[in-house]
Design a protein around this ligand. Structure first.
Ligand code: PXG
Length: 440
């Protein structure tokens, strides 16, 4: 029975309390559609669709088929100096559904790599245009941009930075986050208050001089920190300030892209077009690791200068544009279109919002937030034990209700499948309620 696995000693788990986990491991051995299975045959409903990754459901037959065919036809080929047809096709297809003017695509293997790639592209862009003084990078408090040095430095989640504080990359600053429990708690969708927080970017432009700033990176809707939708008008104002100072705006859409907000890209839903978009996760439905950085023509063209025999950007990964990952990506784009996955996601939003907000009156709950198919229920921490209530909820959901629920400290995060079944969604939240009712 692999819900109680044997020797886990060798296995150092990421972002997990290893010692606590190993006392009673939660191990998955299979998946189909909206359910995981364990070795003893238990089925668990996945309320986080992987890790925001698997919006179309697990083991989707169209993706499985495409991957199986591709791995037997071309398992790998380098994409430095030669390339493969699947990478070419995927870049073309992804840019076709991207916001207007975003026409070029650089492949990576993860969100973290997409972010570090985007930051390097921003720096290279300004240098190529003779503005090499623009080296400063601006992130936002509570932002999550992965765990590599660049992304960690522009990120704003304190526990992720704390142990590495002296080694964060230099020349980074942060604007304030937008979370405001006093004014915005229990808002459905975008909060009304907080547009003026975008002006914090003006403050940093005044402090550092805007002419020294290369780029600002934000998640259009912050995910990992506990789902913080942007205040009404906030992203428009950030865009405006960036334009006035010649700063590139990067949207980190590792979560928001590929239907999570009911549109191909989050930018299209929020109605603001950045200069660079980072993606991963839904690009392949999580099946094969892959990320992509999408850029405006003007950014790409700035690099396409100088002798034509010279490499324009000294950057790339062994697995950039991996043919099997690209085949998975192409199958995803096909099925998103054929099955109307993004439209399905949009149609589920109201039910999802209502289900989440039905927790507003619960004694443990201090806020509920949602936008698109991203949602969070924030609970009050127990006295002297922050995170305990959230951790217990996760475990009880798993063992007592056969539900996989993600918690970040005392905030429960929900990432329903883009093609969720309304009855299953309803029943799963009933399970969460039973757990919240049962814990201290
Ligand atoms: N940017 C954003 C906006 C992300 O959400 C990354 C970058 C990094 O991606 P990789 O593929 O390198 O992990 C992410 C990842 C959570 C959670 O609990 C979210 C992520 C990772 C871990 C936990 O919401 N997103």
């Amino acid at each position: 029975m692999s819900r109680v696995a044997t020797n886990l000693d060798a296995y150092w788990m990421p972002f997990t309390a290893n010692r606590d986990f190993k006392k009673k491991p939660r191990v998955i051995s299979g998946a189909e559609g909206h359910y995981y299975t364990t070795e003893d045959g238990t089925r668990l409903y996945d309320m986080f669709s992987g890790l925001w990754t698997s919006g179309a459901g697990h083991c989707h037959p169209k993706i499985v088929d495409a991957v199986q065919k591709q791995v037997a036809q071309l398992d790998y080929c380098m994409t430095f100096q030669v390339t493969n047809n699947k990478a070419i096709e995927l870049a073309d297809r992804v840019t076709q559904i991207a916001p207007d003017g975003i026409d070029h695509c650089f492949f990576t293997n993860s969100g973290s790599e997409s972010v570090d790639t985007a930051l390097k592209i921003a720096l290279g862009y300004h240098r190529a245009r003779g503005e090499g003084n623009r080296t400063r990078l601006i992130g936002r408090e509570r932002g999550y941009h992965g765990v590599n040095f660049g992304g960690m430095s522009v990120g704003g989640m304190v526990p992720n930075r704390k142990a590495f504080s002296a080694n964060l990359i230099p020349g980074v600053d942060h604007i304030r986050h937008t979370h405001n429990l006093e004014r915005n708690a229990f808002t459905r969708g975008l909060p009304e208050y907080g547009v003026e927080l975008a002006d914090d970017l003006e403050r940093l432009c005044a402090l550092h001089d805007g002419s020294n700033i290369a780029a600002v990176i934000v998640e259009p809707i912050a995910g990992s920190t506990g789902v913080l939708p942007p205040p009404v008008g906030y992203l428009e104002r950030l865009r405006d300030i960036c334009d006035r100072h010649g700063i590139l705006l990067i949207f980190d859409e590792v979560i928001a892209a590929f239907g999570r907000l009911g549109t191909p890209f989050g930018a299209q839903r929020v109605g603001v077009t950045p200069d660079i978009i980072t993606t991963a996760k839904g690009l392949t439905n999580g099946v094969i690791p892959m990320g992509a950085v999408l850029v405006r023509d003007s950014v790409y063209n700035a690099f396409m200068q100088g002798p034509e025999n010279m490499i324009e950007i000294f950057h790339g990964y062994t697995y950039s544009g991996h043919p099997v990952a690209a085949a998975a990506g192409l199958a995803c784009l096909d099925l998103y279109e054929e099955e109307g996955t993004f439209e399905q996601a949009k149609a589920l939003e109201q039910q999802f919002e209502d289900l989440l907000h039905s927790f507003a009156d619960h004694k443990h709950v201090i806020d509920v937030r949602n936008y698109g198919l991203m949602g969070a229920i924030e609970m009050a921490p127990r006295d002297g034990a922050p995170g305990a209530r959230g951790g217990e909820t996760h475990k009880k959901c798993f063992w007592d209700e056969n539900l996989v629920v993600r918690n970040g400290m005392d905030t429960l995060q929900f990432s329903p499948f883009l093609n969720s079944d309304p009855d299953e969604m309803q029943q799963s939240f009933e399970g969460v309620r039973r757990v919240l009712d049962s814990i201290e």
